[in-house]
Design a protein around this ligand. Structure first.
Ligand code: DP6
Length: 324
């Protein structure tokens, strides 16, 4: 009754922001991502008859009440399905800073879904694992698969929704350079941020209307390996979702001044003829997509940018891996 899983984070090229159904955690817009090989979560789950509660450790510390509750909600689903009554010991290790807009919930819940299902004796297909991960954190649905992945939009009240692969990691030799600006945890979690945007941003409806078109453009660009077309739509998608966050009430600024400085670096690279394109999640860090052959120059430019504290170079990564 023990299993381990390893899942990679992913970067949304077309962003998910907003829910069609909060209770079932169904996204209101389709999204597309690239799984990232360097940003890995490893999780071990053991169901143990001797326990009288779930115990959850994250990076060697005890999980907070909220974190542990989110983990137990997923474990409850698995226990119901496996007809299992035992509590579980969960320990999870992130090989990158958590909750800093570096999508650790995606790799975290993907690894948990895979490890806990296997430990409970369930032999889930990737599709089932993806739907299970999605119920806890929608971006996690995409981390079950490697390479390039899409998650369709949901509709209120619908049952299952899972991500599906578009192309394997070998399809396109891209690099994503993560530039960390300010360290620390994000201020408003994405679940809360997207609900506030839905309720209060005057631009939310335009976002819902426009997001599927960027998604279609990005999917086509991936198939054709057209980095300029992908990059342009990707930047519009991220700026539009940040526009919803910034125009929420009260406003949510995920950006730091350093974010804009790094964005200027990326624009400057393009002026020098390098196809480099930026995206941001619910945090201040800037992630730049480029061809593998340009990665060293892009990284060097970001390393030299005032306010950038650290960079990582990642490439299209593999699907979730389970060890029983
Ligand atoms: C900005 O998947 O963290 O990173 O479903 O509420 O857990 P929940 O949200 P989450 O949101 C990710 C938002 C994003 C864009 C993206 O990854 O698509």
């Amino acid at each position: 009754m023990e299993a381990r899983a390893r899942a990679c984070a992913n970067i949304a090229l077309a962003k998910y922001w907003g829910k069609a159904d909060v209770k079932r955690n169904l996204p209101a817009v389709p999204s597309i991502s690239m799984t990232l090989d360097q940003l890995v979560t490893e999780t071990k789950v053991r169901f143990d008859p001797a326990l009288d509660a779930d115990t959850v450790r994250l990076d060697g510390r005890r999980a907070s009440t909220e974190e542990a509750a989110r983990v137990s909600t997923m474990l409850d689903r698995i226990r119901r399905e496996a007809k299992l009554r035992h509590f579980a010991r969960v320990s999870s290790h992130n090989h990158f800073p958590t909750a800093a807009g570096l999508a650790s919930s995606a790799s975290g819940f993907a690894a948990l879904a895979a490890a806990a299902s296997a430990a409970a004796g369930l032999r889930h297909s990737p599709r089932r694992l993806s739907a299970l991960a999605r119920a806890s954190s929608a971006s996690a649905a995409r981390s079950i698969y490697g390479g390039f992945v899409e998650l369709p939009a949901g509709r209120k009240g619908m049952g299952d929704l899972a991500a599906r692969p578009i192309a394997p990691p070998t399809h396109w030799n891209l690099r994503l350079i993560v530039a960390q600006t300010i360290p620390g945890q994000k201020k408003v979690g994405s679940t809360e941020g997207m609900e506030r945007s839905r309720r209060t941003s005057p631009f939310y409806d335009s976002w819902l209307d426009r997001a599927p078109k960027w998604c279609r453009t990005i999917k086509r660009a991936i198939k054709q390996r057209d980095l300029d077309a992908l990059g342009e739509a990707m930047e519009q998608s991220t700026l539009a979702f940040h526009c919803c966050a910034i125009t929420s009430n009260p406003p949510i600024f995920y950006w730091a001044p350093e974010t804009l400085v790094a964005l200027e670096t990326v624009r400057g690279l393009r002026e020098r003829g390098i196809s480099a394109w930026a995206t941001m999640d619910a945090g201040p860090h800037v992630k730049t997509l480029c061809d593998a052959s340009d990665a060293a120059r892009v990284r060097q430019a970001l390393d030299r940018t005032a306010g950038v504290t650290r960079t990582w170079v990642t490439k299209p990564g593999p699907e979730v891996e389970v060890h029983r």
